[in-house]
Ligand binder design. Structure first.
Ligand code: GLC
Length: 735
């Protein structure tokens, strides 16, 4: 449809029709059986159901797949202007083929892989008739107590920016009219990840400088990559709810970032302006959200119930309503829905199932982070290998956000191990060893009611002790329950459950080669786990091909290459914890008496394992940094290089990281900032030179006078394999 035709359509629409284009209903309204996020049964007036502009969560899972065509047929038949219904859903890290959770994808430091994973997800969801995905989640995440760090790509703004842009490219492709693509909705704008005390939905208290310097860049990167929607977040920022915040949603988002697409509130976020204490009632909430610049009201019905009256009373200018409704019509037009309301449903897939699984399997291998490998315990050796622990045979490797994923499609580690060791030379055994959870958690009581909990675990532990004594290698599979990360899963403890800690001690006492795998959606406290393991690897929530991807690394077929996208603490008491912190006026000395410096009496300031850290196979060495010059001019560049060498007899693969520190600034500057990174693979005996180009724009920041730019002076530069190691080279930026 031409733009002129869209304007004519808008002009022909009644006030009611325009207001309802801004109403989004839960999928349960159109398909009571649909596996929807949130409310699955939802009764509304038939008129609202007929005129609502969009719905979410339909078309997911066994009950939802194949239902969109009938819903659209019925809807188009009865809509007075035959405007198609828009189908949105949370395709966060997989539809039917589930990839590693986003935090695991962040660990790969491989935006190209993430882009490819997004194209697979877009195809699978598009062929089911879904048009929009509520992804990428671009929230900077520094606090492991916040369960939604699982959905982020971590604590660094550059990594998050590149990952978010890669997801947008993968979802949207080059032609949004192609039914195997999805419009991307970047979320949760803004700074949702900075929730006070790591408690979900809590207020965020950030200076404008911190918001701009750290929390906004990844949303902007997604918008620059072409994201068609932006979702406003639940949280308040400095006491004003974002979903009612015109400075954020208009000045920053539209004027500064140039976003011209559709804004949509998070689920009921408009209605929540009332409990926030920001709106007196739902009518006031509708007024404030509309004035702030929220186009679509997700599942609150505030716009549905009050927008017409607010326009008729003159409190809202109809022009505002027209602009919002036109943006929704334009989005539908960009998706080609006016020409083909059944977009995607009749398209042919580009990927075979085998191709999708191969991509997912590679993504898993790249996501794994090897934190310890004493005595080259890995790759797995031994004649008798026991896979022990609640995750050894588990198919629950997909997260709470893989709404269409089916665990039956998931390859467990035990299943993969039997295939990998099919030659029969290695004897295998597996026992669960303990329950996933202690019997003292809400989750346990809700999902795992068992009266004989203690007796169960005593028996399981006995089996584990016997299996560990039999084995010469134990692969110990521990971790968080997959429902302990995700929305509304904040925790004050980052420890493994007591039962799993008992299992760890039991196994370590019976076998002297323990390889511990940790499945998790967030950083955990792993000091004791590390001390009792010869090897330790983080596997995140790896998805459909989890078992195979992990076995490819355990067997040595693929070297581990992941790097931590978030700092792993000694203690939850250190949270929020991030590598790019400020030095303070009293930095703790590297050694000697710490005296009156910025420190804890009972814990290190440093993480147990820092951002960017990871090990690989082979024997990787990195040379000191060489600079092409020690002075940089504003319009010039310099090159920083290292030589990487693999002197081992196994392949090696890691991400080489460029960090820079601005030694003095009109605002204090972080001790390090990631400025570039590159994945490198080296065969045994191979060496290579890795070079990065440094230019003045890379050195810009929010200066003391609240302008964005660089300042001449001294800089330090590292090229290293994590955010703490390496020796700095120095250069000067000339005025
Ligand atoms: C949820 C989440 C958001 C999701 C939306 C729709 O509450 O906060 O990330 O996209 O609702 O399911």
């Amino acid at each position: 449809m031409t733009h002129q035709a869209l304007l004519q359509l808008l002009a022909d629409m009644s006030l009611e029709e325009k207001a309802l284009q801004l109403c989004q209903l839960p999928g349960g309204v159109y398909n009571p059986e649909a596996a929807v996020t949130g409310i699955s049964r939802y009764e509304v007036d038939p008129r609202i159901k007929q005129l609502a502009g969009s719905t979410l969560g339909v078309g997911l899972g066994k009950k939802g797949s194949g239902t969109i065509r009938a819903i659209q047929e019925e809807y188009m038949k009865n809509h007075p202007h035959h405007i198609p219904l828009l189908f949105m859903a949370d395709i966060i890290h997989g539809h039917r083929t589930v990839f590693p959770c986003p935090l695991g994808q962040g660990a790969s430091f491989d935006p190209d892989m993430t882009e490819q994973a997004a194209t697979v997800q877009a195809e699978e969801a598009g062929l089911d008739g879904i048009h929009v995905t509520f992804s990428p989640m671009a929230d900077l995440s520094r606090d492991a107590r916040w369960g939604r760090v699982m959905e982020s790509t971590g604590e660094d703004k550059l990594l998050n920016s590149r990952m978010a842009a890669a997801m947008v490219r993968g979802y949207q492709g080059n032609d949004l009219k192609d039914g195997r693509s999805l419009a991307a909705c970047v979320k949760h704008f803004a700074a949702y990840g900075a929730a006070d005390a790591g408690r979900d939905y809590n207020n965020t208290e950030l200076s404008e400088h911190t918001l701009r310097e750290y929390f906004l860049p990844a949303y902007e990167a997604a918008i620059r990559a072409g994201a068609k929607l932006v979702m406003s977040s639940f949280n308040s920022w400095n006491g004003i709810p974002v979903t009612g915040h015109p400075w954020l949603l208009k000045k920053v988002l539209r004027e500064e970032m140039g976003f011209s697409g559709v804004t949509i509130s998070d689920w009921d976020a408009i209605g929540q302006l009332v409990p926030h204490g920001f709106a007196a009632d739902k009518r006031d909430a509708a007024l404030k959200a509309m004035q702030a610049g929220v186009d679509i009201d997700m599942c609150t019905l505030a716009y549905t119930e009050y927008l017409e009256a607010l326009v008729q009373s003159g409190e809202i200018d109809e022009k505002l309503l027209d602009e919002a409704a036109l943006r929704v019509l334009e989005l539908k037009n960009e998706l080609g829905l006016f020409e083909n309301p059944f977009r995607g449903l009749d398209d042919a897939p580009r990927y075979t199932d085998a191709q999708k699984r191969a991509i997912a399997r590679k993504a898993v291998a790249e996501s794994l982070v090897l934190l310890k490998n004493d005595g080259a315990a890995l790759p797995v050796k031994g004649q008798r290998v026991a896979f022990i622990g609640p995750y050894a045979q588990s198919e629950e490797l997909i997260s709470s956000w893989a709404l269409a994923g089916e665990k039956e499609h998931t390859v467990s580690l035990w299943e993969a191990a039997q295939s990998a060791f099919a030659d029969g030379e290695t004897q295998l055994r597996t026992v669960p060893g303990c329950t996933m959870l202690d019997n003292d958690t809400e989750l346990a009581r809700g999902h795992y009611q068992a009266d004989d909990w203690d007796a169960q675990n005593e028996a399981l532990l006995r089996d584990a002790a016997e299996a560990a004594a039999w084995a010469d290698t134990v692969v110990l599979c521990l971790g968080e329950h997959h429902l302990q990360s995700g929305e509304s899963t904040s925790r004050v403890s980052l420890r493994l459950p007591q039962v799993q800690q008992r299992l760890l001690h039991t196994v370590a006492a019976a076998c002297d080669r323990v390889i511990t795998l940790v499945f998790c959606g967030r950083p955990l406290e792993l000091k004791q786990v590390s001390a009792l393991s010869q090897a330790l690897m983080v596997c995140w929530l790896p998805g459909t091909e989890g078992g195979n991807g992990i076995m490819d690394v355990l067997s040595g077929k693929v070297p581990p290459s992941g790097s931590l996208p978030m700092s792993f603490p000694y203690s939850v008491g250190q949270e929020p914890l991030h590598y790019d912190s400020y030095p303070t006026g009293r930095p703790k000395p590297a050694s000697g008496w710490a005296g009156f410096t910025s420190r804890y009496l009972d814990c290190s300031n440093d993480p147990l394992y820092p951002f960017g850290f990871g090990l690989t196979y082979g024997n990787l060495s990195i040379s000191p940094v060489a600079l092409s010059a020690n002075e940089l001019t504003p319009d010039g560049s310099l090159t920083a290089s290292v030589t990487l060498k693999n002197t081992g007899d196994l392949p090696a693969a890691r991400t080489v990281q460029l960090y820079i520190r601005d030694v003095t600034g009109s605002r204090v500057r972080p001790v390090r900032e990631l400025k570039d990174f590159r994945r490198v693979s080296l065969a045994p005996g191979e060496e290579t030179t890795v070079s990065f180009t440094v230019t003045e724009p890379m050195l810009r920041f929010w200066r003391g006078d609240d302008t964005f730019g660089s300042e001449s002076g001294a800089f330090r530069l590292w090229i290293s394999l994590d955010s703490m190691s390496g020796d700095a080279a120095e250069f000067t930026l000339k005025a």
